[in-house]
Design a protein. Sequence first.
Length: 337
Amino acid sequence: MTDHEGARAEEAEPITFPSGGGKSFIMGSDDVLLSVLGLGDLADLTVTNDADYSYDLPANKDAFRKTWNPKYTLRSHFDGVRALAFHPVEPVLVTASEDHTLKLWNLQKTVPAKKQLLVPMESSVLVVVLTQLYSGGTCRVPVWIPMTHTPNVLAGTLVAHTDAVWGLAYSGIKNQLLSCSADGTVRLWSPQEKLPCICTYNGDREHGIPTSVDFIGCDPAHMVTSFNTGSTVIYDLETSQSLVMLSSQMDSGKMIHSMVAHLDAVTSLAVDPNGIYLMSGSHDCSIRLWNLDSKTCVQEITAHRKKLDESIYDVAFHPSKAYIASAGADALAKVFV
C-alpha cells in the first residue's frame, strides 16, 4: 500500500466488551448464531448498504471480479501482529500479537472508543481461532469467552503440549479443536469434556515437527497437517492413521501446478469461501490474489512495511462478508473491502 493509500484508510479502535451472559461463539446458521452469541451491542450492527458487502457468487464465475481497496488500519498493538481471525457472521476481527495481547475490533464503529485489551497473555500470541476464542503461543491453549464485562474471560486452559503451539483449527460441526506444537505432536480436543484431549498424532515424530493443521472442510473426519520436513499428511481422526502424504493434489498426492508467487518467503495462505480465489501473504510486503482456475495473479497489494526482514504474518477472508485482512510485523492489522 502506498503512503497515499494508507492516509485514506480509516482507522478502527478496539471495542469494549458488551455483556454477553457468558455465551461463547458457536458455528452454525446466522439465526442460531445471533440468538446464542450474546453479542450485546454487536447484535445491533447493521450494514449501511448490503450490496456493497454481499459476497454472493454470480452464476458466471468470470463475472465475479472484485478489486480490494484499503479500508481500515488497526493501530493499537506494540509489536508484530502474528495472527488474526474474523467472526463467522459479524464484522468483527480478533488480532493476536507478540506484545502478549489479544484484541477484538468492531469494524463498523470506527470512531474513537475506549480501548480495552482482551486479557494480557504470559507470552507472545502466535495463533488464534474465533469460535470460542482459542489462542496459542506457549505450550498451553487458553480458551476465552470474550463478550463479557468481567475481567475473568478465561474459560479454561487446554494443557498437554510441552512446547510452543504453532497452529489451531476448530470444527463447528464436530465441536472439536486441533492443535499442533513444536513438541512434535498434533492433538485433537473436545474442549467441553472433562478429559478434553481425545487423541495425539505423530507422537514418535515420524513426519517431523508439525507447522500447521486444519480440518478438511468437505470431510471433518479427516485433518491435514504440514511438517517442517516438507511433508503434508492427511490423517483419519478416528483411526489415527495417516492416509496419504501429499505434494499437492488431494487424491493422488501429485503436484499439479507450481509457480513463483513472491519475491520472499510465503508466510500465509487463505482460500475465499467460494473456493475461487487464493490469497497469499509474504515477507516481500505484498498480498496477492490468485484465480485458482486460471492460476493467475489478479491483484497485488503492498500492505505492510518490513521489520527485521519480516513483513506479513497472516491473511484471512471473512467467511460471510466482503472483507479481507492482513497482519504484519509492523504492529498493524489492515482490512480491505
